[in-house]
Design a protein. Structure first.
Length: 163
């Protein structure tokens, strides 16, 4: 079985992990293997994550609880499915620091969808929200609509942005 979870250990012991495809019942074995090699820090890239099911959520939370005891965990490129999980299930984020996320947009005129990367460094909730008000469709040049309820989408960040 091929893994949709890949990781690299750098010479300084830091790990970079990428989740590509589904986070599901097949992920547990690969997460456990990564955990055995984790040292002091782990950057997890969710840009390739396409789906999460309940078995994947369970496997992720179990992995994260153990990983946080070994390393500083950082999330990058959190796709909307990951953001939704962090909002519904706080243990999915745990104490991980979110570096960046993908904000979802939809064009009502032509049906184009697009995710915009938002960096968290130096961000405020007001800035993130204002960024959702000015996205233009590359296809038809109309304004795009944010696909989620803005306040709900960023809810998991309120504590992080306050500190």
């Amino acid at each position: 079985m091929a893994s949709n979870i890949t990781y690299t250990i750098h010479h300084d012991g830091n790990m970079e992990m990428a989740i590509n495809g589904s986070l599901d019942e097949n992920s547990e074995v690969f997460l456990t293997k990564a955990l055995t090699e984790m040292k002091s820090s782990c950057l997890i890239d969710f840009s390739g994550t396409t789906n999460i099911n309940s078995c994947g959520v369970r496997a992720w939370i179990q992995f994260l609880q153990k990983a946080e005891q070994k390393a500083e965990i950082r999330y990058t490129n959190c796709v909307p499915d990951i953001v939704i999980q962090m909002n519904m299930i706080p243990a999915f984020k745990g104490s991980a620091k979110v570096i960046s996320l993908q904000a979802p947009f939809f064009c009502e005129r032509c049906g184009t969808t697009k995710n915009i990367t938002q960096e968290m460094k130096g961000a405020s909730l007001d800035k993130l929200v204002s960024d959702t008000e000015s996205v233009q469709c590359e296809t038809c040049k109309e304004s795009m609509e944010f696909e989620e309820v803005v306040e709900d989408y960023y809810a998991f960040l309120e504590e992080d942005l306050a500190s």
